[in-house]
Ligand binder design. Structure first.
Ligand SMILES: Nc1ncnc2c1ncn2[C@@H]1O[C@H](COP(=O)(O)OP(=O)(O)OP(=O)(O)O)[C@@H](O)[C@H]1O
Ligand SMILES: [Mg+2]
Length: 250
């Protein structure tokens, strides 16, 4: 039935329907793309899954439990973690401090407790685990640097590291490639594959079609808050409705 099963999900803002009767099932272990034109409702869907918005209708089943309308902290505790479309780093803190704060902001036990089989409760252990996450994201040699000094690509990598510190099982990535040059894009693709290889399921909202087509197992296309098409990257690339609504203009 999928790690995530969204059924008949709707969200209205006054007279505006941002999400309209959406059905979406994500299988455990996959990277699912979620694409569509500006204003199609992608970020709103993330806000609904992560509890920032309450659904107007429908259900959001995570491992069979309806998390729709739950508090963000309770959803995060279950391992559903999101990143933000506009990077939200603590600019004056160091890279390591950002990861340590990220752990406290979202869930109790860290991502690396699952990889390294321990849950040492003291500050020293938390720092060690933070450094492990930074190493995993290729940021180990930057741990003492002030976040604002990092180049754009590494700031985005740090955003991903902060999310990993909250021990995600299902990670919602909102435009992790935004503003990247091609070298930064290739690097981020490597990092996301590494996250997948660690067993984390991902839902990826992104306008960079090279990244989406290269990373995703399947892609769901939304338009005006409704599902327009779903399929493999090859199927989506060749879909006349998708080309007309989105790809032809992207
Ligand atoms: N809090 C809100 N209040 C009112 N309208 C909103 C709110 N959040 C989103 N919307 C509207 O809902 C629609 C969907 O917006 P959303 O941000 O989900 O689009 P998106 O697919 O993420 O677009 P983009 O690709 O540009 O990020 C838009 O018309 C937007 O203006
Ligand atoms: Mg958006």
């Amino acid at each position: 039935m999928g790690i995530l099963a969204i059924q008949d999900l709707s969200k209205h803002f006054g007279g505006l329907t941002a999400v309209n009767g959406l059905n979406l099932t994500v299988d455990e272990g996959e990277i699912r793309g979620l694409i569509g034109p500006n204003g199609a409702g992608k970020t709103t869907i993330f806000n609904l899954i992560s509890g920032f918005y309450r659904p107007s209708g429908g259900t959001i089943l995570y491992r069979g439990e309806n998390i729709g309308g739950m508090k963000t902290s309770r959803i995060a505790e279950r391992g559903v973690i999101r990143t933000f479309q506009h990077t939200t780093l603590f600019q004056e803190l160091t890279v390591l401090e950002n990861v340590l704060v990220g752990r406290h902001l979202q869930a109790e036990s860290g991502f690396f407790s699952s990889l390294f089989g321990s849950d040492r409760p003291n500050a020293e252990a938390a720092e060690e685990r933070g450094l492990e996450i930074l190493a995993f994201m290729g940021l180990a040699d930057r741990s003492d640097e002030t976040a604002s000094n990092l180049p754009h690509g590494l700031q985005k990598a740090l955003g991903l590291a902060i999310a990993l510190a909250a021990d995600p099982k299902l990670l919602l990535l909102d435009e992790p490639f935004a503003g990247m040059n091609s070298e930064e894009t290739r690097h981020m693709m490597t990092l996301i594959r590494r996250v997948r290889d660690a067993g984390i399921t991902m839902l990826l909202v992104e306008h960079d079609m090279q990244a989406v087509m290269g990373l995703c197992d399947r892609i769901t296309v939304v338009n005006f808050g409704e599902m327009l098409a779903e399929g493999t990257p090859a199927e989506i690339r060749a879909d006349a409705r998708v080309i007309e609504a989105y790809l032809g203009t992207a």
